[in-house]
Design a protein around this ligand. Structure first.
Ligand SMILES: C[S@@+](CC[C@H](N)C(=O)[O-])C[C@H]1O[C@@H](n2cnc3c(N)ncnc32)[C@H](O)[C@@H]1O
Length: 221
């Protein structure tokens, strides 16, 4: 995984997707009503119980698509007063349905359901991390990118302190554009990211392969 042999992203897009605004507006106006999976309902309950045991009043940080959980553990060490929740759908990456250590937990769940449950439970995140999501670089796959998903407009209900990292600048540009469009002002920006320390396996792999890394961060508190 840490080998520097990852290929550069190839896409038939050269800029922000021409349909992104239309897709965003459509999703903003509609309500996403898919049934919750039983598995994610149970997973969410497990995390609620874990939070109760560890202090529900503590700030909460979400590591969306945490993979093997390396970043979750890192964020937990950086934020000892907070509780950090890493969510990924991949049992192969996580190794179990639920595991916890110190002030963090890792849970296998579908994020689209997990986010909606967190919104219903009125979670307010101290920070929401999106570390190296699958890029889906073909133009026809816009709606597989997080900002092209019907649930995306609702994610702002979880809080505005959001950071995305990616090795594909167009993904960062689109994600940033989508957030700024939803709030109606330039609150987030895109910048080149040069880590002094790698916090995820994908960050390490892309950097070791000579890729440029990009991040989207809030320019306001
Ligand atoms: C490219 S990997 C990045 C993993 C990790 N953040 C890193 O940087 O090493 C993207 C991760 O997102 C997860 N993922 C994608 N869609 C998901 C979904 N709907 N629910 C939960 N996890 C999802 C995948 O299982 C995968 O582990």
């Amino acid at each position: 995984m840490a080998l520097g042999n990852s290929r550069q992203i190839i896409s038939n897009q050269s800029d922000i997707h021409e349909k992104l605004l239309t897709v965003l507006e459509k999703h903003r106006r509609s309500v996403f009503r898919r049934h919750y999976s039983e598995h994610t309902l149970r997973a969410f309950d497990t995390v609620v119980e874990w939070r109760r045991e560890h202090g529900s009043a503590r700030a909460i940080i979400l590591d969306t698509g945490c993979g093997v959980g390396e970043s979750t553990a890192f964020l937990a060490r950086q934020n000892p007063d907070a509780l950090v929740v890493g969510v990924d759908q991949s049992g192969a990456r996580l190794g179990s349905e639920f595991a916890s250590q110190d002030n963090y937990c890792l849970v296998r769940a579908d994020l689209v359901d997990f986010w909606r449950l967190a919104i219903e439970a009125a979670w307010q995140l101290e920070k929401h991390w999106f570390l190296y999501p699958n890029p889906w670089p073909k133009a026809k796959h816009l709606q597989r990118r997080w900002h092209g998903h019907p649930v995306f407009p609702r994610l702002l209900d979880l809080g505005y302190c959001i950071e995305l990292r990616t090795n594909w600048k167009i993904y960062a540009d689109e994600f940033c554009y989508a957030l700024n469009t939803l709030v109606g002002k330039k609150r987030w920006g895109v910048e080149l990211w040069q880590p002094s320390q790698f916090i995820t396996p994908f960050e390490r792999k892309y950097a070791n392969s000579g890729h440029e890394l990009w991040r989207v961060i809030s320019q306001q508190n």
